[in-house]
Design a protein around this ligand. Structure first.
Ligand SMILES: *[C@@H]1O[C@H](CO)[C@@H](O)[C@H](O)[C@H]1NC(C)=O
Ligand SMILES: *[C@@H]1O[C@H](CO)[C@@H](O)[C@H](O)[C@H]1NC(C)=O
Ligand SMILES: *[C@@H]1O[C@H](CO)[C@@H](O)[C@H](O)[C@H]1NC(C)=O
Ligand SMILES: *[C@@H]1O[C@H](CO)[C@@H](O)[C@H](O)[C@H]1NC(C)=O
Length: 486
């Protein structure tokens, strides 16, 4: 990654956009700028390979799109020439001050679920309408305060395509890091304060990526890499630490807080098997390998998670029944697939014709991550490391989610090994109130760099369920304001 030299730009059909891209690229270097100028004037929509000493082996294709809203928005691919992998991204400029507002990368989970869900169902400026044939403006879009990048990764997710068959979060993070290097070289305007946010398996991806960024930052200059000013990470209903989180399904499912979900017979069987599950999980953590961790994952899933299947409820929101449409029990995810497959949407976004039918999630990817045991390895130590390095960490959890429930997430936050551990453990859970509505939105525990939030009346996609409160949360978090009610 130290000696990239190739950039490929497909300029698509948008002259307005080229003006913007050129303005951006003017900062990269005089040679590149002049080559690009030629491209703009003479080649219009054709692809060109441009060579730059910094970007060997990578290329980028960019398309302007204007599916909704009036802010600058574009999409495209970062191509990895060696491996023939192609990473799709969707970008929205901040509606505030793009050059000084932070930039936030959003990653959905799975593994193998498209971040277009984040863009078009959760936090983006344009949300898919009920007929799945258009979008409407999201008044609570996070791009009111930040430039937003939505990235489909690992390769094979959403609109991304390629040959590699990724099986680990560590490999995925290397690819995302390379993507960020290419993106920020091309668009230095957006290399402002950087945040990474996401949910679910993002609990694996985000801490790993944070570690790769911080580690590379230490030697960025020698290695001709751009340092990335990582300010914070935000993980919603994360899956991060198997050994901790697996212990809380019985507590969550059998607690009176939650109605309870299971009858006494099921609860007893979960309790009776928990000790063995915990023993296997501890063994996996002590001797991490596929041989120890894969069986631990299987046994614990079978005894602690699977009982939920008999309830008929939505595992991502225990208030709902799963229903018939069954794309992850959400009508919205079905609409996402319909919308994302429309010809005009794909054309507008510059989706490569090689990409087949759009799937919200790629089950083959998930299977690979299960088989490799990536799913059960510990990723919480990366959060601890980020805290120790001074990166702010926000863990939030919608309290109606079973799958990555808030009990397990809160326990994980309490167990993190970092200099503020004792004070964080002794901190109080305080009320978090939406500043506009003045209503209680949840409960917050915070010390120094670490914050945990229980979001009330929200499922796995907590921001989707509570967009107003989600906006209050991100506004305060990005401004480094306290979330506790004052
Ligand atoms: C690209 O350019 C070719 C010829 O220069 C033209 O036929 C084609 O319509 C253009 N495509 C778009 C999308 O503008
Ligand atoms: C860039 O390099 C490649 C191979 O190294 C070469 O084929 C191509 O012509 C070069 N492009 C330009 C614009 O110089
Ligand atoms: C979307 O579908 C609805 C219902 O079929 C229809 O009434 C509406 O005109 C459609 N909108 C667009 C933009 O096609
Ligand atoms: C964020 O706020 C805390 C106190 O609330 C302060 O100690 C810290 O320095 C602030 N961080 C930044 C980057 O401003």
């Amino acid at each position: 990654m130290h000696h990239w030299t190739t950039i490929l730009i497909s300029t698509a059909s948008c002259i307005l956009f080229l003006g913007i891209a050129l303005y951006q690229l003017g900062v990269v270097g005089p040679n590149l700028t002049s080559t690009l100028l030629k491209l703009t004037l003479s080649e219009n929509n054709k692809s060109q390979i441009l060579n730059n000493t910094h970007l060997k082996g990578y290329s980028i294709r960019v398309t302007q799109q204007a599916l909704c809203g009036s802010e600058v928005q574009f999409s495209g691919y970062v191509d990895v020439l060696d491996t023939d992998d192609h990473f799709f991204f969707l970008f929205f400029e901040s509606q505030g001050s793009p050059a000084s507002d932070p930039t936030l990368l959003w990653l959905n989970g799975g593994p193998g679920c498209s971040s277009m869900a984040g863009a078009w169902v959760e936090i983006g400026p344009c949300l898919i309408n009920g007929d799945a044939n258009g979008t409407h403006i999201n008044p609570h879009s996070w791009n009111k305060l930040a430039n937003l990048i939505f990235l489909d990764q690992p390769v094979g997710t959403g609109y991304s395509y390629g040959k590699s068959r990724v099986t680990s979060s560590n490999r995925a993070a290397q690819d995302v890091y390379a993507f960020l290097q290419v993106f920020f070289r091309m668009f230095p305007k957006y290399k402002t304060q950087f945040h990474i946010a996401g949910e679910s398996y993002g609990g694996h991806y985000i801490p790993t990526l944070a570690d790769v960024i911080s580690t590379n930052n230490e030697h960025a200059h020698e290695n001709d890499l751009l340092p990335i000013e990582l300010v914070s990470i935000l993980i919603g209903n994360g899956w991060t630490g198997f050994s901790t989180q697996i212990g809380f399904y019985e507590d969550y499912g059998c607690s009176n807080d939650n109605q309870p979900i299971f009858d006494e017979q099921v609860c007893k069987s979960m309790r009776d098997t928990k000790a063995r599950c915990q023993y296997l999980a501890d063994l996996c953590y002590k001797y991490p390998s596929r041989a120890t961790c894969y069986p631990a994952g299987l046994y614990c899933k079978h005894t602690q998670l699977d009982p939920f299947e008999n309830t008929g409820l939505n595992p991502f929101d225990i208030r709902r029944v799963c229903g018939q449409t069954t794309d992850y029990c959400y009508q919205e995810m079905y609409r996402l697939e319909v919308w994302a497959d429309k010809d005009y949407v794909r054309q507008e976004l510059g989706v490569d014709p090689q990409v087949g039918q759009f799937s919200h999630c790629n089950p083959a990817m998930e299977t690979r991550f299960v088989l490799s045991a990536d799913m059960v390895y510990d990723f919480s130590h990366y959060i601890s490391q980020s805290l120790t390095r001074g990166v702010r960490v926000l863990m939030f959890a919608g309290d109606m989610d079973w799958q990555c429930n808030w009990y397990g997430n809160k326990a994980l936050s309490l167990g993190l090994e970092w200099p503020g551990k004792d004070e964080y453990q002794q901190a109080k859970d305080e009320v978090w109130r939406n500043s506009d509505t003045r209503k209680i939105a949840g409960y917050v525990r915070s010390f120094d760099k670490l914050t945990f939030i229980r979001i009330l009346n929200a499922g796995h996609m907590a921001i989707f369920d509570q967009p107003e409160n989600g906006f209050d949360l991100i506004s305060k978090w990005i401004s480094n304001l306290t979330l506790q009610d004052m």
